[in-house]
Design a protein around this ligand. Structure first.
Ligand SMILES: Cc1cc2nc3c(=O)[nH]c(=O)nc-3n(C[C@H](O)[C@H](O)[C@H](O)COP(=O)(O)OP(=O)(O)OC[C@H]3O[C@@H](n4cnc5c(N)ncnc54)[C@H](O)[C@@H]3O)c2cc1C
Length: 324
């Protein structure tokens, strides 16, 4: 078995936990940890060896002499190509983070890798890897086989549990970056997305509202519910386009992909473009006044009626449950 390379991002104090989900996925494909190499993309990795040591694979590689504005996509691309030039991996796994989904097609184009984007998983058949990805708004799954030996799979995050094995420590190899790191674009300012609670993509429970809420005010109730459930708040595109919520709340094809344990929706019809971002939720519970709303095709539990009559009682019950 040739080695499999996973790209991951290294932050100030930690690595991106999606790499642990990618390792779980590879373990399900019977890939031994020692056959997994993680390519770490980050600044000043030499001083972050203790972080890299916690990635449970055979080997971690990265550059020691990089100290720059690493999340500039052009610079990341340069770093990633340097690593590919040295390792020449056949199979590359890239988590579908904002960095990953930018990197994957660029690498595929540059090195003529076949690519399957937006995979939920990989299946194996006759020694071939087959990317399984949602199509038509998550209503169908396409199984995509790459003909060439050089393959990139960009995998959705939060589909697999994080690999939780503490006794595997990698060997670490630092490369010197010897080329010119300058690019023709530069990040001038970084603005941190304002988020009061848990990040939408990381939340175990998401409470989301749609156009059926009628305006921004009812989101206060959703925020209250989210607080009690330790959940994040999301929204449909209709809500964001109307300016009731910022676009960072948007779930769906042109918004965020989420895979929470529980997805609770209020006044969202469940258009295919919305479902494309949430159909991987483990359980969906929905309130909508239209019994024929598309969301009820995916919801495990549905309450048909006006949310104004349903939500206050729901909130009361929840508050009592939390109190006791
Ligand atoms: C290229 C493209 C990309 C798109 N990307 C996205 C995307 O990323 N995310 C996304 O969400 N959409 C996306 N859309 C838009 C999508 O097609 C839908 O228009 C949108 O999801 C509808 O949002 P909604 O469900 O909030 O509104 P509606 O479809 O208007 O649904 C409102 C629901 O609320 C219910 N309702 C109304 N009043 C009440 C009440 N008092 N009590 C209970 N229920 C009530 C109605 O019965 C209805 O089911 C995209 C569209 C296109 C063309």
């Amino acid at each position: 078995m040739s080695k499999v390379l996973i790209f991951t991002e290294i932050y100030e104090n930690d690595f991106d936990s999606s790499v642990l989900e990618m390792i779980s996925m590879l373990r399900d494909l019977n890939i031994d940890s020692k056959n997994i190499i993680v390519a770490a993309l980050g600044d000043d990795l030499y001083s972050k060896e203790s972080i890299l040591q916690n990635i449970p694979v055979g080997k971690v590689v990265g550059y020691k002499n990089i100290d720059t504005n690493q999340f500039n996509p052009n610079i990341l691309m340069k770093l990633a190509t340097g690593i590919i030039d040295q390792l020449l991996p056949e199979k590359i796994i890239i988590p579908k983070t904002s960095v990953g989904q930018d990197l994957a097609p660029r690498l595929a184009f540059k090195y003529k890798y076949g690519i399957v984007n937006d995979c939920l998983s990989i299946e194996e058949s006759d020694n071939h890897w087959i990317g399984v990805r949602p199509v038509f708004g998550g209503n169908y799954l396409a199984k995509v086989k790459i003909k060439s030996d050089k393959q990139i799979f960009c995998i959705r995050t939060k589909v697999f549990d994080e690999f939780d094995e503490k006794n595997i420590n990698p060997s670490i190899e630092f490369f010197e970056y010897e080329h010119n790191i300058e690019t023709n674009s530069q990040i001038i300012e970084r603005i941190q997305e304002q988020s009061d609670g848990i990040r939408l993509e990381d939340a175990d429970i998401v409470v989301a509202g749609g156009r059926g809420l009628g305006g921004p005010e009812p989101f206060d109730t959703l925020e209250e519910i989210a607080k009690l459930l330790n959940a994040a708040v999301g929204a449909s595109r209709a809500v964001c386009d109307s300016g009731w919520k910022d676009h960072s709340y948007q779930i769906g094809l042109t918004g965020k992909d989420i895979s929470p344990n529980l997805y609770f929706t209020v006044g969202i019809s469940g258009a295919s473009q919305h479902m494309a971002g949430c159909s991987n939720s483990k359980h969906i519970v929905s309130i909508d006044k239209n019994v024929d709303a598309n969301i009820f095709k995916d919801a495990e539990i549905g309450a048909v009626g006006d949310w104004k009559n349903i939500l206050p009682g729901f909130l009361d019950t929840l508050q009592n449950l939390v109190k006791n």
